[in-house]
Each structure stands twice: as structure tokens, then as C-alpha cells.
Design a protein around this ligand. Structure first.
Ligand SMILES: [Mg+2]
Length: 390
């Protein structure tokens, strides 16, 4: 089989809000075509226009080639070999950043093609005959532009997630720091109050995680708040400090009463080696698209397994990335949860409408079928509706 064509779709939610801290408002979806008529689907979570150019742009020498020109004519049944070829041929431009995200979307599509060609789901390609039970956590973004509105919307969404049967949920308590939602800049007291109010509303049984989106300037400052969050029984606290502060993360690992999770932005498994070994992160959160696809995400699973760490894949996109995360977790022994944006609670119409067939959640667990590849189908009408040509 040969790759014959690559389609790149930049998608945009028509009502996107530039003050929102949500990358679910845009998307780069790729379709990789083959001479046998099989089409693979992938997506990634970065600036979609930049990622598109990483695929389309051509090069003039063997260290700076474009991804498309290296892919055309290649055999899609060998995604890992293709990954090495693309990584090696783009090193002067790539190695990290948007180019690795673009490679992630393409790699996801290649695994989809391979599964479809062999008639098996992706988790089976990763070596698991029967999928592990995969528990999705509902990822909850607040709405509103005041502290009260933010708190009330999180409580309401947590209760709705519980009502939908989710066993776990993550509160995006992003109300201060560089990536706060809707421009809020509130106190640490308010962070603690929101978490306390949500815990009180949902009771003791719902597993809760909290994401503060790099809110605090140092591990020492973070620890003062984390100690106050400890009574609320959090499964992890996500990205309390800047991701480049690996020494700070190591200090948190030593002193935090709550496990620390990070890794959503990391490109390639090499960056996860640093997070695991220098940063001592407890819960690694590879985003399948951003880390470079399933080929790289699987290496991150092995890094976690070798060190006794947990994997909880990050995904803030559509059902395409969620499916890739779910197949990964279904094959990985150390992945207790995957991030999941429930369609019923998602702000983004891309998340709600882009797929006509996706993996479903029943009684708090992802339902795997024998559908080959990622087991998803695009809603062509939605693809046309959200695609932008500029
Ligand atoms: Mg996050």
C-alpha cells in the first residue's frame, strides 16, 4: 500500500472567543489517503495554520523537508518507521513544537489506516487482545466572567457529569496566572473555596482532579496552596507551576500531599524522559497529537511503566484525539483515566459535531467495539461547515 494524498482541514468554531483559555475552538484534521482506498484520520492540538504549513511546505535539503513530500509514496503499514523518517528529515525545522504536533496528527492517521487495513482496532495493534477498562474523566471548563459565575458553573457541570454516569471529573480552576479563563485574576483563597464547594456538592465518591494551568510562580508558593487543597481528596493537581521548572517539580514531588500531573504540552518522548527523571512528575499526561502520535505516546507509556508512574492522557480536542487516547489507555497497564470532554458539557461545536461515529461512554466506561482502526467517522457536513480556507 502507498500513501497517495494528504488532506489538511483547518477548522474554527464560528463563535470562538479569544479571551477563553480553550484550544477546543480550533483544530487541524488530517486525512491520509492510500492507493487501496483506505483513509486514515488524525488531529492535533496546536495552532492549526502553523501545523498545516509544517505538512504542506516543501524543503530544499535533507535536514529541512516538508512532511507531505516525505510521506507521499511511503507504506502506511509501518507508522514507526515513517515517524523516524519524518523526524530525521525535518530536524532543522522540527524536533519539537508545531512540527511534532503535525507529525502527531499524521501518525494517528497512519495507525488508523493500519487498523483498517488489518481489520482490527488500534488497541490490538498496540498489543492488547482484550481492551483494559478505560475510565474517562469529564473535563470541566467553567463559564462566566466573574468569580461567582465561574464557581457556580463548575459546581453545576460537576453535578451534571455525575448525573451522566462519570466516575471522575476534573475542575479547570484556572482563575489566576498566565492562562486564566476569561481574564480572571483571583486569589488563592478563591481556588481553595471553589474546590471545597465542588467537593461538597458532589460528595465523597466522585474522583476529582484539579487543573490550575501553571498558576503559581514557584514550587514554594504552590505548596502553600496545595497543602490547603489536601483535605478535598484530589487524585492529582495538574500543572501548578511552569513546565520548564523541573527542579520545582521535583520539590513538589517530595513535599506535595497531592500527586502532581503534567505533560500536556510536551513534544516527543524525549521531553517526557526529562519530566519523569528530573521533574519526578507522578502522573504523565501525554497528548497523543502533541507528543507526536501514537508511536511516541506508546513510548511515554513505557517510560511510566518502567518507573512506576501513571499515564493519564491529555486531550482537549474532538472525538478523534479522544479515540486515540482511549485506544492507548486500553493497551497500557498504568493508565487509570483518560481526559474526556463530554459532548453534553462541551462549549465547542467542533467537539459536539465533528464526528458521526465515536467511542461511547456507558456507565462511566469507554465502550470499545470491533470497529477497525480508531473506530470513528467524520461528519462530512460538520467538516465543511467549520473549515476555513485562509
Ligand atoms: Mg491542562
Amino acid at each position: 500500500m502507498k500513501i497517495t494524498k494528504i488532506e489538511t482541514h483547518v477548522l474554527l468554531a464560528p463563535d470562538y472567543d479569544i479571551s477563553a483559555c480553550s484550544s477546543a475552538q480550533d483544530d487541524l484534521v488530517v486525512e491520509v489517503h492510500t492507493d487501496e482506498g483506505i483513509i486514515g484520520i488524525g488531529e492535533c492540538d496546536t495552532n492549526p495554520w502553523v501545523a498545516r504549513e509544517c505538512i504542506r511546505a516543501r524543503g530544499t535539503h535533507c535536514m529541512g523537508l516538508g512532511l507531505q513530500e516525505m510521506l507521499l509514496g511511503a507504506d502506511p503499514m509501518e507508522p514507526e518507521a515513517i515517524w523516524r523518517k519524518l523526524y530525521g528529515g525535518s530536524k532543522m525545522t522540527g524536533r519539537r513544537g508545531a512540527l511534532i504536533c503535525a507529525m502527531g496528527a499524521l501518525d494517528m492517521a497512519l495507525w488508523d489506516i493500519k487498523g483498517k487495513a488489518l481489520g482490527v482496532p488500534v488497541y490490538r495493534l498496540l498489543g492488547r487482545e482484550t481492551p483494559r477498562k478505560v475510565t474517562p474523566y469529564a473535563s470541566l471548563l467553567p463559564t462566566g466572567r466573574t468569580l461567582d459565575a465561574c464557581r457556580d458553573s463548575l459546581i453545576e457541570k460537576a453535578l451534571k457529569a455525575q448525573g451522566l454516569g462519570f466516575k471522575a471529573a476534573k475542575l479547570e480552576v484556572c482563575i489566576n496566572g498566565p492562562y486564566s479563563h476569561n481574564g480572571l485574576q483571583e486569589s488563592d483563597d478563591s481556588v481553595v473555596e471553589i474546590v471545597a464547594a465542588c467537593r461538597q456538592a458532589v460528595g465523597p465518591d466522585l474522583v476529582l482532579m484539579v487543573d490550575v494551568a501553571y498558576a503559581w510562580p514557584s514550587a514554594e508558593v504552590a505548596l502553600r496552596v496545595i497543602e490547603r487543597l489536601a483535605p478535598y481528596d484530589l487524585f492529582f493537581l495538574e500543572t501548578p507551576i511552569d513546565i520548564d521548572d523541573l527542579e520545582g517539580h521535583a520539590l513538589l514531588h517530595e513535599q506535595s500531599p497531592i500527586p502532581i500531573a503534567a505533560g500536556e504540552w510536551q513534544n516527543t518522548h524525549f521531553e517526557f524522559l526529562d519530566l519523569a527523571d528530573r521533574g519526578k512528575i507522578d502522573v504523565l499526561q501525554p497528548d497523543v497529537g502533541r507528543v507526536g502520535g501514537l508511536s511516541e505516546a506508546w513510548k511515554v507509556c513505557n517510560i511510566a511503566q518502567d518507573r512506576g508512574l501513571k499515564i493519564v492522557p491529555h486531550c482537549w480536542k474532538t472525538g478523534i484525539g479522544i479515540a486515540a487516547s482511549a485506544h492507548l489507555a486500553a493497551a497500557c497497564d498504568v493508565s487509570p483515566y483518560v481526559e474526556f470532554l463530554p459532548v453534553e458539557l462541551a462549549e465547542s461545536p467542533l467537539r459536539r459535531e465533528l464526528l458521526s461515529t465515536e467511542l461511547e461512554v456507558v456507565d462511566g466506561a469507554i465502550q470499545f467495539t470491533d470497529r477497525p482502526g480508531l473506530g470513528i467517522e467524520l461528519n462530512r457536513e460538520a467538516l465543511r461547515k467549520f473549515e476555513v480556507r485562509d
